[in-house]
Each structure stands twice: as C-alpha cells, then as structure tokens.
Design a binder for this molecule. Sequence first.
Ligand code: NAD
Length: 351
Amino acid sequence: MRVDDFHRILIRNDPVTGLRAAFAIHDLTLGPALGGVRRWAYPDDNAALADVVRLARGMTFKNALADLPFGGGKSVIIAPGAGSEKAGPPASPVTEAQLQQFGRWLEELGGEYVVAEDVGMRVADLACMAAETNFVTGIGRGGRGGNPGPRTAQGVFIGMQVVAERLGFAGLAGIRVAVQGLGNVGMALCDLLHRAGAILVVADIDAAKVAHARVRFGAATLPVGELLAADVDIIAPCALGGAITPQLAATMTARGIAGSANNQLAHAAVGKLLRNRGILYAPDYVINAGGVISAGLEYLGGDGFESKVREIGPRLVRIFDEAQASGSTEADVADAMALEILRRPALDEVA
Ligand code: NAD
C-alpha cells in the first residue's frame, strides 16, 4: 500500500465506547478534505486501512474534477463482524455514544476533514455526530443537501444517459440495466431508471431490498454472483468497490458501465481490458459526484446543486472524446484531468 502522498492517516480507538475508526486525509490542495464515513466489518485492520486509503485518494480526484473547493479524505468505522474471515456488513448497530465519540475525533482534527455519509451510515447517525462538531455535512443543514444518496443517483443517471447515447441508443427507455446494490444510491437510481422506461434487473445481499425493487419497479432479479454478467445493455455497480474483475471484463456481455460504487475497477489494467473489448466505462468518481456536490454545497451554505450536477454530462462527454482520440482508457483521461486541476493553484502561485 502506497501512502507517501498522504497528509495524515490515523487509527483511533476508544475503549469506553468500543469505537474504532481510521481516518485518511489525502490532499488539502483545494481546501479541507471532504469525504464520507463508511461503517463496515473488515477481516483485519490492514483491510480497513487499505479501504480507507484507496477511498480517500479517490475523493481528492472526485472533488477536484467536480470543481469543489475541497481536498480528499475518507474515514471508516471498523465494526465488529459476524466472525467471518471476509469483509461484510456489521454484526451490530452503531451506538449513540460511539457516534458522539466519532464527532469528538472530528472536532480534534480541527476542520481538516469534513464528513458525510457512505456505506452503512444514515443521516440520523451523522446528525448525532453533529452534536459534537460542525465538521459534518449531509444532514440537511440550512434546508440544503441532506442524504447524499439520491443526489448521487441523479449524477449517475446523467452519466448513464451519456453512455446510452454513445452506445447508439435514443434514450434510456427500453434499455436493459443491471443494478447491483439497492442501498441509498442504488434504489434511488432504480427509481429514476424506472421512470425513464428502462428495464431493470437487480441484486442485493439484502433480500428485503430485492423484494422491494421487484414490487416497486417490476425489476427482475438475479443471484448476486450472476448479475453483472447478465445479458443486459448497461451494468450499474452500486454496492462496493472492485466489482469489475479482469474475468468479468473479459466475459461480460453488457456494452456499458455506469454505477455509483467507488473504485469499481479491481485494478487499472481492467480499464484496458474494457477498452480493448469496446466496453464503455463511465469513470466512477466522475459520475458519482452528485452526493459530494450536494454535501459540499450544504457545508458551504451555497446553492446551485442542479446546475453543478448537470455538468457531469458534458464532463463525461469530454472524457469519452479524449479517450477515443488518444486511445487512453476513460479512467486515465479522468485522472489526468483531475491532476491538471490539482496542479493549477501551484502554477497560479508561480505566476
Ligand atoms: P448503502 O450502504 O446504502 O448500500 C449499499 C448496498 O449494497 C446495500 O443495500 C448492501 O446490502 C448492498 N451490497 C453489499 N454488498 C453487496 C454485494 N456483494 N452484492 C450486492 N449488493 C451488495 O450504500 P450507498 O450509499 O448506496 O453507496 C453505494 C456505493 O456507492 C458505495 O460504493 C459508495 O461508496 C458509493 N457512493 C455512495 C455515495 C452516496 O452518496 N451515498 C456517493 C458516492 C459513491
């Protein structure tokens, strides 16, 4: 794991509440770090650290490309698991005392890091932290923002419209989309897709959510392990990272990928595999920025979410154009664009 480019990485333990958390503050070039807190059970602390480091670096790129005055950071609450060797949902809910302790740790960071929701966290959890600190967003402060999940879905939907157009479809009506993960983002995305006339196939490890999508959207269902390889037009990974493995990239039949999960490609070489097979990949952090745009504006007390989220469309078109012209992967083009923005302040100072 490479961490030499990080501003700060911390592991905190509180024996009183039993709270354990890792904070990774990657880059503060553009402003304080903004990124979600994930609550998950990990097989060991190295796995938790690897997750938070990868996610935090991604936030730097996401915030830069979304034109937000924030750096990149992320945190994970290391939750007790069900005793399995694998990562998975926590075995018990977070307590109010733990959330307040997390809030005090945020306060101690002095504003270097501002937190919003990620996997396993609800608006009510963040509101509980906010009793201890102001460095919390995504709680609907000042009537803005609130739960970032549906806002993220909005951006992913815009990204998927661009992907569909590029694939030669006239719109999303009648397109077959496989949505993996029916959480805050995935369910809201299904709603938007259903209203646009898309045909849905879904999977989640939570059977109740699958049943809900079947009733509400007429969605077909598949076992979790089969969904992304299904005979559909576009897949939308909206669960956890690493969903696009080399094996899936080599065999999948869908022609496009547009989902919310962070770090969807298992590693960078997968992007090349997709490109060689003519599969169009909308880089995750480009199209899943709706939530952080909403959370960032809430924190700053700013307006203009709708126009800012709409910028995702033309941004993605530019990425696809450049990737096509240069032969680079879509992910590499997005990274290069973000790095250019990150280096800009330094150039301004020189000038
Ligand atoms: P969530 O916790 O609300 O939902 C995640 C869902 O995925 C849950 O329903 C869970 O049961 C399901 N799941 C977990 N493992 C699965 C598997 N192997 N197969 C199928 N389903 C599985 O989380 P969310 O907020 O909806 O976020 C979803 C993804 O989008 C995450 O990767 C997150 O980092 C990313 N993301 C979220 C936001 C946001 O605003 N919430 C913003 C940007 C990116």
